[in-house]
Design a protein around this ligand. Structure first.
Ligand code: F6P
Length: 321
């Protein structure tokens, strides 16, 4: 049971809705009579003692904003035991008794190490546009990013159709194809290339050529960044098909923007849950969603398992292409 203070931080790649989650953590803890500290710039700020006490007003005018008001970073130093010790001491000296971490796989792994090494209570919230945290079918920010991508695909369709082109769209996801698969289906793509599934380039080019010869006006190929080099793919596809091909790399546009209603709602629900849980003495859990309901996942299981791409999505993308 926590009596005095908790801290909240965002870590790794930012994701729309992180603000809504942190806001919910802060307001819930204050409502429960517990002080809240905000750690700036993730583990980097924890090590550098960039920590400030927050009040209810610190989190006003935030629910609609993308990014994270706390700042975020990827820290190499925190991967060392010395770095983690430094970070922990900065929490200890303020009387911080528990930590809520909002971030992806790597960030939650950092929390699991702190828990093991120092016994500090940790509650994690999955925050990443990649939707690749094990045990939850939802991560904060993935819905907003998916909507941003689909909006871009809609626009690319117009110009692809006007010129009878093949349009290749590269989306984020080094190891995870969730964003590509979901937006490929929602954007009506002909092909979706993801790191988890092998694809046959010759077959794809052959089918494309054939379809254009039969009158097809344009095609959309969504490529996860980890599947292959999209620019190189564009050159090869154009060579093999003889069809005018263009490549759009969406890049960090996908990470920004005002969170969708889904991200605001779910992040708020998770933030409240995280604060109540940690204050009541719960530790080593990640809160996520399963079939629309908040679920609690063991932190160590979450970081030691790899989420796989739902084969149903792969099947559906193929079926509807
Ligand atoms: O993990 C989230 C993510 O957006 C990945 O999809 C992407 O590969 C990576 O972060 C990019 O990281 P950075 O902003 O550090 O280049």
């Amino acid at each position: 049971m926590i009596k005095k203070a908790i801290a909240v931080m965002t870590s790794g790649g930012d994701a729309p809705g992180m603000n809504a989650a942190a806001r919910a953590v802060v307001r819930t803890a204050l409502h429960e009579g517990v002080d809240v500290y905000g750690i700036h710039n993730g583990y980097k700020g924890m090590i550098g003692d960039d920590i400030e006490q927050l009040n209810s007003r610190s989190v006003s005018d935030l629910i609609q904003r993308g990014g994270t008001f706390l700042g975020t970073a990827r820290s190499k130093e925190f991967k060392t035991p010395e770095g983690r010790k430094k970070g922990f001491e900065n929490l200890q000296k303020r009387g911080i008794e528990g930590l809520v971490i909002i971030g992806g796989d790597g960030s939650l792994t950092g929390g699991s190490l702190m828990s093991k090494e120092f016994g500090i209570p940790i509650v994690g919230l999955p925050g990443t546009i990649d939707n690749d945290v094990w045990g939850t079918d939802y991560t904060i920010g993935a819905d907003t990013a998916a909507n941003t991508i689909v909006e871009a695909i809609n626009k690319l369709r117009d110009t692809a159709s006007a010129h009878r082109r093949i349009m290749i769209v590269e989306v984020m996801g080094h190891k995870s194809g969730w964003l590509a698969m979901t937006t490929g289906i929602a954007g009506g793509a002909e092909y979706v290339l993801v790191p988890e599934v092998k694809f046959d380039l010759d077959d794809m080019c052959h089918e494309l050529k054939d379809a254009y010869e039969r009158g097809k006006r344009y095609s959309i190929i969504v490529v996860a960044e980890g599947a292959c080099d999209a620019i190189g793919l564009g050159t090869v596809v154009e060579e093999k098909t003889g069809i005018d091909t263009r490549v759009s790399v969406l890049g960090h546009i996908q990470r920004g923007g005002s969170p969708t209603v889904e991200d605001r709602m779910k992040a708020s629900m998770l933030g409240e849950k995280a604060a109540l849980a940690i204050i009541s003495g719960v530790t080593n859990v990640v809160f996520g969603f399963d079939a629309g309901k908040v679920v609690s996942i063991n932190l160590f299981e979450a970081v030691n398992n790899k989420k796989t791409l739902d084969p149903e999505l792969v099947r559906l993308a193929r079926m509807l292409a």
